[in-house]
Design a protein around this ligand. Structure first.
Ligand code: HAS
Ligand code: CU
Length: 563
């Protein structure tokens, strides 16, 4: 049988596949759609600032004084890293929980209130940035001081996500009460694990706000910079794993449905997420290798644990390849290249996610470079890091999210995917744009180009001229990404606006588990217990470093407003 015949047979089989298809409620769909479209709006606006960012760095433009570089950079970072990702993940995880825990007349009040709180916080923070009163970048490092409205907005956004967590957990508990002997359905389990991790992580940033808010209100004279940075990175690393867990949820449970595949193993998937829950927090000091005031011993421990958090990602890589191969073998396909050709590359849902997976191979390896203390000293605070995070959060994470939206939005609106060819071109254009951009950024970083600075030409220095070419390539890659985002918005919004409803409502399936996979041990379902272990690990990893911060003589830095 040729690959074309196999593809046709697979399509036919997919139509009748025993995938897990749960009923949908229009009330629930509307709620999820608001999350997804809010994320889309943040992505569109963030992309505009991304384009300006790339062009400024390439010296194509100079930002005007009334909307300076740092204001634009803060708006870009906050909208992309904190708003787009968070709204997409709250929508996705709420959806995964609701679809796999069907419930009549599910109370939605808490979910709607949480969504509204998130929006209020976002609008407060965004307006403060746009008005020029919070050009503190997305890491809001002290002693740069923003208007209190920014810190209030960010805190309110986080409190809203705690409401989303409470809603997801309430549904899981409801399920467990009615089905005490059953495992929590896998997508709901992954969603709940992600949000338990998130709550533990956000404790750090909320604690930081207890320092920043009184200080920005003028109630305290200065700020302990070391302490605020430590609290930030206690949150900052798990933040990036919060993003990737959203992508992993899609890779494990949704992507196999695009080629009629099965989940390789329910137990392995749960274990990977449990490991991410345990190891995402006690590694944050790998962002502070060059910070003073933290002893080498604690830096070493966090470095070691960082190699621990890599393990669930390697497990994921293994499980995904296994899923591909098992499906191909069932269809009679043998050999590496035939397996690759067997995969549904013309489906934008698959293609987007798969291109994201490919990007995560260099992305993950770059992370392992950063994790090593001695290597990090070479690349810290250079464009290399900016390349690393665009090839991770801008690659596997964002590309998987837009790809999944091509399945989610039709399912939520009951309409056919609008312009599927543009959707497919869009994910490829994203892939090419982000590859060009982030590889050039890595390269520029190796040449010494700094991050977070508006003028990288150093007033015409010869050394700085050496990375100008890379900055131009990055700017052009960024332009491709910008066009790609516009294409995404066109398809995602067009799907909702087209009047024609699909003859057969679009379906959203989660993949079934491979029949030959082992049974899942009951211990893997003990979410509360794993959450407690994760919290204990976080405390153990930080009690020493925090003690060091408090034991040092307190120098409180005066506030700075450099813009
Ligand atoms: Fe990172 C800095 C270390 C992963 C994001 N990281 C950052 C920052 C961000 C970020 C935003 O140790 C900058 C923060 C700032 O503003 O300062 N990172 C790591 C390590 C990993 C890692 C060890 N990072 C991520 C992910 C991110 C992300 C994921 C976002 C989503 N990172 C660091 C360190 C720093 C850092 C230091 C601080 C540096 C400094 O100096 O400031 C790892 O966990 C990565 C493990 C991943 C893998 C890859 C597995 C591959 C998979 C794909 C499978 C492919 C398939 C292909 C199946 C080992 C799962 C299929 C094939 C087909 C044909 C379809
Ligand atoms: Cu990190």
């Amino acid at each position: 049988m040729s690959i074309t015949d196999i593809r046709a047979a697979r399509e036919a089989e997919r139509a009748t596949a025993p995938s897990l298809l749960a009923g949908a409620s229009p009330r629930e769909n509307t709620l999820v759609l608001w999350h997804i479209y809010t994320a889309t709006a943040a992505l569109a606006l963030g992309a505009l600032f991304g384009l300006l960012q790339g062009f400024s760095r390439a010296d194509f433009i100079v930002m005007p004084a009334w909307f300076d570089y740092y204001r634009m950079l803060t708006a870009h970072g906050v909208l992309m890293a904190l708003v787009f990702t968070t709204f997409f993940i709250t929508g996705l995880c709420t959806f995964a929980t609701y679809r796999r825990i069907p419930r009549e007349d599910r109370p939605l009040r808490l979910a709607w209130i949480s969504y509204a709180v998130m929006v209020v916080g976002t609008v407060m923070a965004a307006l403060t940035i746009l008005s020029g009163n919070a050009s503190v970048l997305y890491t809001f490092y002290a002693p740069l001081k923003a208007s209190p409205w920014f810190y209030f907005g960010a805190t309110i956004l986080i409190l809203g996500t705690w409401g989303v967590t409470a809603d997801i957990i309430e549904n899981v508990v409801w399920f467990k009460r009615r089905n005490p002997g059953d495992r929590i359905p896998l997508p709901a389990f992954l969603a709940a694990t992600t949000f338990i991790m998130w709550v533990i992580a956000t404790l750090g940033v909320v604690a930081e706000m207890f320092i920043l808010i009184p200080w920005s209100l003028g109630w305290t004279a200065g700020v302990d910079v070391g302490l605020t940075r430590m609290l930030f990175w206690y949150f900052g690393h798990p933040l990036v794993y919060f993003w990737i867990m959203g992508a992993y949820l899609i890779w494990y449970t949704v992507i196999p449905t695009t080629f009629n595949g099965r989940i390789f193993s329910d137990a392995l998937t749960r274990l990977a997420f449990i490991l991410l829950l345990l190891f995402s927090t006690p590694v944050g000091i790998h962002h502070q290798f060059v910070d003073p005031g933290i002893s080498a011993g604690w830096k070493w421990l966090h470095m070691l644990l960082t190699y621990g958090v890599v393990v669930p990602s390697f497990m994921t890589a293994f499980a995904l390849f296994a899923t591909f191969e098992l499906a191909a073998r069932r269809a009679g396909v043998r050999g590496f290249w035939n397996t690759i050709r067997f995969l549904p590359w013309r489906d934008p849902v698959f293609a987007g996610a798969a291109l994201g997976m490919l990007l995560f191979i260099p992305g993950g390896f770059g992370g392992i470079v950063n994790a090593s203390y001695s290597m990090d000293v070479l690349v810290h605070n250079t464009m290399w890091i900016v390349g690393h995070f665009h090839i991770t959060v801008g690659g596997p994470v964002a590309l998987t999210f837009v790809a999944a939206a091509y399945r989610l939005v039709p399912a939520l609106t009951g309409r056919k995917l609008f312009a599927p060819k543009i959707a497919l071109a869009q994910v490829w254009m994203w892939f090419i744009g982000v590859t060009a951009m982030s590889l050039s950024m890595h390269w520029a970083g190796l040449l010494g180009a700094p991050r977070r600075s508006s003028d990288v030409s150093y007033l015409g220095s010869a050394v700085a001229a050496g990375w100008h070419g890379q900055m131009v390539a990055a700017g052009l890659g960024g332009a491709l990404l910008f066009v790609s985002v516009l294409m995404f918005v066109y398809v995602a919004v067009g799907t909702r606006l087209q009047n024609e409803r699909a003859a057969e409502p679009a379906q959203f399936r989660f993949a079934p588990v491979d029949e030959e996979a082992m049974n899942t041990p009951a211990i893997f379902d003990r979410l509360g217990a794993w959450g407690a272990v994760a919290l204990a690990l976080a405390v153990l990893a930080y009690v020493g470093p925090l003690h060091q911060q408090f034991a040092q003589p307190h120098y409180l830095a005066p506030a700075m407003r450099t813009w």
